[in-house]
Design a protein around this ligand. Structure first.
Ligand code: ADP
Length: 193
C-alpha cells in the first residue's frame, strides 16, 4: 500500500513530481485539477458546472470534489494506493478523506509531503507555464488569487497533518531530479518512522 498526499502552493511542481513518484511507486497520481480540467474539456455535466470556478481560481464546492475523488479512488488501479495531488485542500476534505480511508479498512496515510518554494519563484514558474500551456487560470491576476487562497485555506491543513506526525516539508527548488530524490528520501524516512 502506498498512500501519499503531495501538498504545496500552485506552481511548486506538484503535478510533475506526482507523476514521477507514480511511475516509481506503481500507483496512480490522482490530481483533482486534472480531473476537473478533463471534465471541462469533455463538457460533462460536472465540467459545465465547474468551469467558471476553475477559470476564476476559486475552489469547487467540497461535496462535488469529495464525490469525484471517492469515485476515482474506487477504481481498480488505485487498489494498491495513490498519490493525491491537489486534494485535500480544505479541512472538510481532510475529514472526507479520513472517512474514506477508514471505510475501506486498509489503514492510514504513509506520508503528507509538503513541497515548498518562495512566492517569487512560483509566480515566475506559473507565468512560464501560462506561455507554454495557455491554462485559463494562469493569468497573473488569477495566479495571485490562487496563491492567496492556498495560503488562507490550504496551508492550515499542513498544521493538521503535522499534529498527526504525518507531515514532511520538502524543498521544491533545484532541478526536477533533485526534488524527486528529496521526495523519495522523505518518503523512506516517513515509512521508517
Ligand atoms: P494549482 O495547484 O496550480 O492551483 P490545480 O490543477 O491543482 O492547480 O487546480 C486547479 C483548480 O481546480 C483550482 O484552482 C480549483 O478551482 C480546482 N480544484 C482543484 N482541486 C480542488 C480541490 N481539492 N477542491 C476544490 N477545488 C479544487
Amino acid at each position: 500500500m502506498t498512500r501519499i498526499i503531495l501538498m504545496g502552493p500552485p506552481g511548486v511542481g506538484k503535478g510533475t513530481q506526482a507523476a514521477r513518484l507514480a511511475v516509481a511507486l506503481g500507483v496512480p497520481a490522482v490530481s483533482t485539477g486534472d480531473l476537473f480540467r478533463e471534465h471541462v474539456r469533455t463538457q460533462s455535466e460536472l465540467g459545465r458546472s465547474v468551469s467558471a470556478l476553475l477559470a476564476a481560481g476559486r475552489y469547487v464546492p467540497d461535496e462535488v470534489t469529495n464525490t469525484m475523488v471517492a469515485e476515482r479512488l474506487s477504481e481498480a488501479d488505485a487498489r494498491q494506493g495513490f498519490i493525491l495531488d491537489g486534494y485535500p485542500r480544505t479541512l472538510a476534505q481532510v475529514g472526507a478523506l479520513d472517512a474514506l480511508l477508514a471505510a475501506d479498512g486498509a489503514g492510514t496515510l504513509d506520508a503528507v509531503l509538503l513541497l515548498q518554494a518562495e512566492v517569487d519563484e512560483i509566480v515566475a514558474r506559473l507565468v512560464l507555464r501560462a506561455e507554454q500551456q495557455g491554462r485559463a487560470d494562469d493569468t497573473p491576476e488569477v495566479v495571485r488569487h490562487r496563491i492567496e487562497v492556498y495560503e488562507s485555506e490550504t496551508a492550515p491543513l499542513a498544521g493538521a497533518y503535522a499534529e498527526r506526525g504525518l507531515l514532511t516539508r520538502v524543498d521544491g527548488t533545484g532541478t526536477l531530479d533533485e526534488v524527486t530524490a528529496r521526495l523519495h528520501a522523505a518518503l523512506s524516512e516517513a515509512r521508517a518512522a
